[in-house]
Design a protein around this ligand. Structure first.
Ligand code: SF4
Length: 90
């Protein structure tokens, strides 16, 4: 099933471990909070489909697990993009 990832900006403390682990997916914005880089060049902290990101599933998962405050959230979605279950944090 497809996966999506987002950053919970209320939790993010700008520790940047996600950026270190997966620089193709994450970077810090001007507020020092992580955002997700999309293939089209835009950035968001909202849910993004893995298919819109230039990175591997493994890398994104490693980055999520590296976040000290569990601010990176991964969900599994159905074909319509609707959430089926939360994959991380468990
Ligand atoms: S590792 Fe977590 S706290 Fe650090 S920048 Fe990434 S999302 Fe934010």
């Amino acid at each position: 099933m497809p996966l999506k990832v987002k950053v919970d900006r209320r939790l993010c403390i700008g520790a940047a471990s996600c950026v270190a682990v997966a620089p193709n997916t994450f970077e810090l914005d001007s507020e020092g909070k992580a955002v997700i880089k999309k293939k089209d060049g835009s950035q968001t902290s909202e849910f993004v489909s893995y298919s819109d990101i230039n990175d591997t599933e493994t890398n994104i998962e490693r980055a999520a697990k590296s976040c000290p405050v569990n601010a990176v959230v991964i969900i599994e979605v159905d074909e319509q993009g609707k959430e089926i279950r939360q994959v991380w944090p468990q």
